[in-house]
Design a protein around this ligand. Structure first.
Ligand SMILES: C[S@@+](CC[C@H](N)C(=O)[O-])C[C@H]1O[C@@H](n2cnc3c(N)ncnc32)[C@H](O)[C@@H]1O
Length: 230
């Protein structure tokens, strides 16, 4: 077997591990942040608003709501398996998922991860975290609404990761689909956490009518794993 450029793998390097450990630890405080949001949620539900109307990006500006380590590894391993060199991510937050994706791109020999984040303070922190981990040169985190910032991503896209606000999964997918290569993969997080809101997305992916083969994995809050037939 030929030696790959990643004799040890980027996730095992001291600088990436240090940043990932710190961010996963800090994200555990999300639990308390959610407790603090309970009154706001209760009032919102009484007014018949849905979760995404109540928990807007600005209300959630201090919350990580990241992928678990398990889902992060699923991202890394998938990107490695398909030798992804062009990855697009919707919903970067503080950059935890982006770190796994960028590590994979580095270990695949180079390329680009294009992330997007609508909250300016999170965008700034994500850029700093990726730089500190030594992966900043592989990532472009675009500040703004994904439906605008992802309009001109390059093609072909090997892998798409959807993890922003749930009502936008389908519109963002439709925006990116023409650039997704045959054999490309789309991973979408929180499928079981937001079963009702994401039902149209799951139906679209699993119908067999839209160019995908797809299944829901019971990893963390549920990950829709979809293969693009092209
Ligand atoms: C679940 S978090 C992402 C977590 C991240 N993938 C991780 O693993 O660390 C969702 C993020 O999407 C961002 N977001 C929501 N709507 C957005 C939009 N329209 N465009 C870009 N980002 C958006 C939110 O501000 C939030 O930080």
């Amino acid at each position: 077997m030929e030696n790959s450029p990643d004799e040890t793998g980027s996730l095992r390097t001291e600088e990436v591990r240090r940043v990932l450990d710190r961010l996963h630890d800090a994200a555990r405080w999300d639990l308390l942040r959610f407790v603090g949001l309970a009154p706001r949620l209760a009032i919102g539900f009484l007014k018949r608003k849905d979760r995404s109307e109540i928990l807007t990006p600005s209300v959630m500006r201090n919350a990580f709501i990241p992928v678990s380590r398990e889902s992060g590894m699923l991202l890394y391993l998938t990107a490695r398996a398909i030798r992804a060199t062009c990855i697009v991510e919707f919903g970067t937050s503080f950059g935890i998922s982006t770190l796994y994706l960028a590590a994979a791109v580095r270990d695949n020999g180079g390329g680009v991860v294009i992330g997007t984040e609508i909250e300016a303070s999170k965008h700034e922190r994500a850029v700093a975290n990726l730089r500190e981990a030594g992966l900043g040169d592989l990532v472009e985190v675009r500040l703004g609404d994904a439906l605008q910032t992802l309009k001109d991503v390059p093609d072909p896209i090997d892998l798409v990761f959807l993890d922003g606000w749930k009502g936008l999964y389908l519109p963002v997918l439709e925006l990116l689909k023409p650039k997704l290569r045959a054999g490309g993969i789309v991973l979408a997080d929180n499928i079981l956490d937001f079963k009702k809101a994401l039902r149209p997305y799951v139906e679209y992916m699993q119908s067999g009518q839209n160019g995908f083969e797809s299944t829901t994995l019971s990893v963390a809050g549920g990950v829709e794993y979809s293969y693009c037939r092209g």
